[in-house]
Design a protein. Structure first.
Length: 325
């Protein structure tokens, strides 16, 4: 009996190892300027560094073992690109930004090309939904599911319902749990709820502008965010028309203070902006903001009137507040 148990244990060990495969990622850079730098292979979900290699003679090679597949990022000098780590030899030409040589990477490239052809946001969301449902058991699935969550305003109950049809490991993904936390925060700070206050290290608070007897426009933004910079043009028009009737405040998140100040000068932002350095996530965590720009309106008593406003919806929402009854 003991011998049979030992044989069974050995067979089980061999079976558990059978899914583990060797991967090799060969990266080619266009010139020698990158020589001496380090190429990092990181987890898309957690951001953890999984492997690294010095770039020599315009090449870097990262090798290891993988069980199944997962979405990763190659990071060099602050720049990054996504690809799938799976068994086999993966080749990347850094200037092209694509990984080739394995089945899932070719599939990911085709998916990316499909997304680039579509400008309609609803169509892109449909592509992400289809992608995660068709690839829920490989590395593309969690990546596509994350974008599907980001593109929709799901409740906690809706996310939990979707997870019941997905592999158990989705519940442990950092990005999925962040989406659930954001959904909880959105429910706690939804339309009709009293605003939640916060302050930076200097003691500057949202409550200095919100709940002060006037309507308040709150803009979550960052200097590096193209859509944020574009939206400031709309806010400037509203400020010129209604600054005597309502308060305006910007909340600079995920950004350096120096970059925020520079952008304010470039964009001629004249209303107050609360900032607190690159890693400041307190405001977005409290309000469940996963993408910027995110603009909300708060009434004179401090209740949230509308959230997620942009472009015409923003202009119309403010115009309605002061329309003659």
């Amino acid at each position: 009996m003991k011998k049979l148990l030992m044989i069974a244990a050995a067979a089980l060990a061999m079976a558990s190892c059978s899914n583990t495969q060797q991967y090799k990622v060969a990266v080619l850079f266009p010139d020698a300027e990158s020589d001496g730098q380090t190429a990092y292979l990181t987890s898309y979900d957690s951001g953890d560094t999984l492997a690294q290699a010095e770039i020599k003679n315009k090449n870097a090679v990262l090798e290891g073992e993988v069980e199944g597949s997962f979405m990763a990022r190659l990071v060099v000098d602050g720049k990054r690109m996504g690809f799938i780590v799976e068994g086999g030899e993966i080749t990347i030409k850094w200037e092209e930004g694509e990984a080739k040589g394995t089945a899932l990477n070719e599939k990911l490239n085709a998916l990316d090309a499909e997304l680039n052809k579509v400008e309609d946001e609803a169509a892109q969301v449909a592509i992400f939904q289809k992608a995660y449902l068709e690839n829920k058991d490989n590395g593309i699935g969690p990546w596509a599911f994350n974008y599907y969550l980001m593109c929709n305003d799901f409740t906690v109950a809706q996310i939990d319902s979707m997870l019941t049809a997905l592999p158990e490991n989705y519940k442990t993904l950092k990005r999925v749990n962040k989406a659930i936390s954001d959904a909880k925060a959105k429910e706690a700070t939804g339309v009709g709820k009293q605003f939640t206050d916060f302050a930076n290290d200097k003691g500057e608070k949202l409550s200095q502008f919100a709940g002060q007897g006037k309507y308040c426009l709150v803009d979550f933004w960052a200097s590096w965010c193209g859509p944020c910079r574009k939206e400031i043009g709309n806010i400037k028009k509203l400020y010129a028309k209604y600054s005597d009737k309502m308060n305006f405040v910007g909340i600079a998140v995920w950004d350096e203070d120096e970059a925020t100040v520079k952008a304010m000068e470039e964009l001629q932002v004249v209303w107050p902006v609360i900032m607190n350095g690159k890693n400041w996530t307190v405001p977005t965590d409290l309000y469940g903001v996963s993408g910027i720009p995110h603009i909300m309106l708060i009434d004179p008593q401090g209740k949230i009137v509308k959230r997620g406003l942009q472009e015409e919806t923003l202009i119309n929402a403010v115009e309605e507040l002061f329309a003659e009854k």
